[in-house]
Ligand binder design. Structure first.
Ligand code: 5AD
Ligand code: SF4
Length: 442
């Protein structure tokens, strides 16, 4: 099909990867991808229901797209992603945004080509959202954002039902891909020049893949297996639920050379009362003990986290427990979120919601603490030589390269674009809160 498309992606890496898959499918149909939304024949909006204000932004953009549709009835608007798995969103779309052409869910993105074909031929509108399914559709293409690093799903969905979170309702129950499917995908990626894989799952620690001999493979064993794939030089993963982090995984960090020394370990809160109300199934002491064990085994490891501020019922004392945990762990970086209600989650019904001003005031205090620690931790890298996988050139200056250290720190340094895709040694010459600067030494 001789059409152009543009994809707008909201939210997490899972969505990022779904967009890569949708792009791969459309390129296989003979379409062309455009960077500029205004010129494309088809606009795909891949939505998120977790990030704050993502829905406002989404509906706002749909409003703007209405005018384009009026000017050009051939222009197609397709919406996908987590929001589409919520009935209230579908109802709103039908009632208020009837100019949307295609609605597709998270469990059936492989159907995108046929839906586009049908809508173009029949000039109809289509809503095709599957409820949760046990089926994993394998063998889909992906048009990667980066040539040398790739996102690889290992699990889909989540069984944890943290009380604030919408994901178990939008992405369904947890399902693991088979080791065979994952390994063959990574072998193909390696053959295609990929050097770094990021294994994705809402909780990779509970990966349970059915091996060919009928046995179950756990996450640590899967990593050991991927560690043996020639051509792959770096393995990362995200996200790791603290309640399921095993000693075996910590051992894998010690044994597997390719496993990057970095872990994203969302804590969400530092108070036991709040953790319980969040249904996280661990307490502060358990989390701190995990951090201690990880650091004892892998002293150079970098640790990042997610934290929610202003969960219903959070007292000043609870919040101070979060602050003190942050100071105790000394995270390399932290994603901080203002609690906001997700319709259909248990916490929606909690009565003691926190006033916005209180949430914002606590949020600012937390961000200040987090940033002060990040900057201090980054300064400790001054003068060190780090291995950096060169990912591209800086958006603002084509003579500046950008890449990540083994510990996932972003580094900018002068260099030639011919180095993109290689791992270079960089001496760190300056450190800021969110990035490092350096110069190539080899
Ligand atoms: N409000 C605020 N933050 C949330 N997150 C998930 N749901 C909510 C919510 N309702 C955060 C959690 C999670 C991250 C991806 O998003 O910290 O780890
Ligand atoms: Fe949401 Fe909790 Fe599952 Fe993460 S582990 S996706 S926060 S329910």
């Amino acid at each position: 099909m001789n059409k152009t498309f543009h994809i707008t992606t909201f939210g997490c890496q899972m969505n990022e990867h779904d967009s890569e898959t949708m792009a791969g499918l459309l390129l296989e149909m003979g379409m062309t991808r455009l960077e500029n939304r205004d010129d494309a024949d088809i606009e795909i909006m891949n939505t998120c229901s977790v990030r704050e204000n993502a829905d406002k932004h989404f509906f706002g953009t749909l409003g703007q797209l209405k005018h384009r549709k009026e000017d050009n009835p051939e222009f197609l608007i397709c919406v996908s992603g987590c929001m589409m798995q919520q009935q209230t969103v579908i109802d709103t779309l039908k009632a208020k945004y009837p100019w949307v052409d295609i609605v597709i869910g998270t469990h059936n993105i492989h159907m995108l080509p046929e839906l586009i074909q049908k809508v173009s031929e029949e000039k109809s509108k289509l809503i095709e959202v599957w409820p949760d399914t046990d089926t994993i559709v394998e063998g889909l293409p992906a048009e990667r954002l980066f040539k040398h690093k790739a996102l690889v799903n290992i699990t889909f969905g989540c069984n944890n039902f943290c009380t604030y979170c919408i994901v178990p309702y939008t992405r369904g129950r947890e399902k693991s891909r088979t080791p065979k499917a994952i390994i063959s995908e990574i072998e193909n990626l390696a053959a295609d020049g990929v050097r770094e894989v990021m294994l994705l799952g809402q909780n990779v620690n509970s990966y349970k893949g059915l091996a060919e001999d009928g046995s179950e493979m756990n996450f640590a064993s899967l990593i050991r297996r991927i560690n043996d794939i020639p051509g792959i030089e770096r393995i990362r993963f995200m996200t790791s639920h603290p309640k399921d982090l095993s000693d075996e995984l910590i051992e894998a960090f010690v044994d597997c050379k390719k496993l990057c020394k970095n872990i994203h370990l969302p804590v969400q809160a530092g108070s036991d009362i709040v953790l319980k109300r969040m249904n996280r199934h661990y307490d502060r002491a358990h989390y701190l003990e995990l951090v201690r064990k990880i650091r004892a085994a892998v002293p150079e490891i970098t640790i990042s986290t997610d934290i929610i501020v202003g969960f219903p019922g959070e007292t000043e004392e609870d919040f101070e427990d979060t602050l003190s945990l942050v100071r105790e762990v000394e995270y390399d970086s932290a994603f901080t979120f203002l609690y906001s209600i997700r319709k259909g989650t248990p916490a929606e019904k909690f009565e003691d919601q926190i006033p916005e001003e209180t949430k914002h005031a606590r949020f600012n205090r937390l961000v200040e603490a987090v940033n002060e620690i990040s900057e201090r931790k980054n300064k400790a890298y001054l003068g060190r030589v780090e291995e950096v996988l060169v990912e591209g050139t800086s958006k603002t200056d084509e003579n500046t390269l950008t890449g990540r250290t083994d510990g996932f720190k972003l580094v900018n340094f002068p260099g030639d674009a011919a180095l993109i895709g290689s791992i270079v040694k960089v001496e760190i010459t300056d450190a800021k809160t969110f990035s490092l600067m350096g110069r190539i030494v080899e």
